[in-house]
Design a protein around this ligand. Structure first.
Ligand code: SF4
Length: 437
């Protein structure tokens, strides 16, 4: 394989790299004779005390820098991309893939199917392990990259190949065993598809993953999300209220088993199951530290407890304000109840809570994080919005004021003729944003 030269884009003032004369525009290719594939190789090899760094200068000249430093001391370099490599995309065609169910014409990055073990460690992404070669497994073990978050879906090899549409997808338990033997902490996830990997198949998956406790730390079970763009995809049915009740009972049975055997409930149902089944969210303790929040496990309970905690610390008063809060179908009943609690403490604060239906992806998509600017604009036009409209932060692209459909917050604000502000995920911010004058 051709040596990769990694472009330096920043040199920290006063750092070893600056002392050595490295500058943005130079590139590094190897350290102590080891070629650098990505950030993890770089981090690993710069820990040595004596470094021999192969550099390709801005003038296209190759040279070697000899560096002596404290062990584990950083060189002070920044590179073109954080990962120092291209992201690996997936080689599956899962029957439930959300990306395959998106309408055409959205921004290109939304169609990128990443499945990169390095992002699992860096950003908590869930990966299928299907594009990990032996050398990647060995690197995870050598660098002890942890935790690894794994989209398992089923431990039945034939079924997994079918669900992921990948004939190499059946060896997931073998890879999990390797990580477990190396002491790598893992979390796992199942996207449940009705009549496919539920029922006895789900029992098998839970049982077989549970055998890897304590290294397999948790398993979340989330229902498949079905958009209206599934014309050329395998037919999948939505879960009903009755189905959701059965799935919850099944998971609760396993939780009892694991609690008795291992002292942890291990497997968790996402919030959607409780809402669909019409059941109350369990108490805070049930979620064992909220380790599966990113899969929607316990988000609602956490929000409720944070709002209640925040309200107990406030005396309440007679300030006057009218605001509106928009949310999607799944969170709507909870947000309505929380708004009522705020109004009880602040009787002159009026909160309109609006439920936005997802016509963009289809009515079966009920999570707030998949609402678009155009649905919010259309459904709130002409409604009473008060002094400001508040939206949860997950309707926006991370760190940007842009909705999934590329509408900006300012465009929405202009269209609705009202200031639009964002509520951060914490319950305290929910209360503060509503009552702030
Ligand atoms: S692994 Fe499956 S669900 Fe994930 S992006 Fe690839 S095809 Fe889609």
């Amino acid at each position: 394989m051709k040596k990769q030269w990694h472009l330096i884009t920043g040199v920290e003032p006063g750092s070893i790299a600056e002392e050595c004369g490295l500058e943005p525009g130079d590139r590094i290719g190897a350290i102590n004779g080891h070629e650098i594939e990505d950030f993890f190789d770089y981090q690993y090899y710069i820990e040595e005390e004596f470094l021999s760094v192969e550099v390709l200068t801005r003038d296209d000249e190759e040279c070697t820098l000899e560096i002596e430093k404290e062990e584990e001391e950083d060189l002070g370099l920044a590179f073109e991309s954080f990962l120092m490599d291209e992201y690996n995309s997936c080689c599956n065609k899962c029957m439930f893939c959300f990306i395959d169910q998106m309408p055409p014409g959205m921004r290109d990055t939304l169609y990128f199917k990443d499945d990169d073990s390095r992002l699992s460690f860096l950003q908590g992404n869930y990966i299928t392990l299907t594009n990990m070669k032996e050398k990647d497994v060995e690197r995870v073990i050598r660098y002890h990259l942890a935790p690894i978050n794994i989209s398992v879906h089923t431990t039945n090899p034939e079924l997994r190949c079918r669900m992921l549409h990948n004939r190499f997808a059946g060896d997931v338990l073998e890879k999990i065993r390797r990580f477990s033997e190396a002491g790598i902490p893992m979390n796992s996830q199942v996207v449940l598809c009705k009549g496919i990997n539920d029922g006895e198949e789900l029992d098998r998956t839970i049982r077989e993953l549970g055998e890897f406790l304590p290294y397999m730390e948790s398993l979340s079970v989330v229902p498949v999300g079905l958009t209206k763009y599934r014309d050329d995809l395998p037919k999948l049915d939505a879960f009903t209220r009755e189905d959701a009740g059965k799935v919850l009972a099944q998971i609760q049975g396993w939780q009892k088993h694991f609690l008795e055997e291992n002292g942890t409930s291990f497997v968790h149902a996402s919030d959607e199951w409780f809402i669909l089944a019409g059941e109350e969210f369990p108490p805070v303790d049930y979620y064992e530290g909220f380790g599966q929040l990113e899969n929607g496990v316990g988000m609602m309970r956490l929000l409720i407890s944070e709002v209640e905690e925040s309200l107990t610390q406030l005396a309440g008063d007679d300030r006057e304000k009218t605001v509106s809060v928009a949310t999607a179908k799944l969170a709507y009943p909870t947000i309505e109840k929380l708004a009522a609690q705020v109004m009880e403490k602040y009787p002159n604060v009026h909160i309109h809570v609006y439920c936005i239906e997802n016509t963009f992806f289809g009515e079966q998509i009920t999570v707030t994080g998949l609402l678009t600017g155009q649905d919010i604009r259309k459904q709130l036009a002409g409604r009473e919005l008060g002094d400001e409209l508040l939206l949860p932060c997950n309707v926006l692209k991370a760190d940007e004021d842009i909705f999934l459909d590329d509408m900006s917050l300012s465009e929405l604000s202009e269209a609705l003729q009202v200031p639009v502000n964002i509520i951060q995920s914490e319950g305290q911010d929910f209360v503060n944003k509503i009552i702030s004058m």
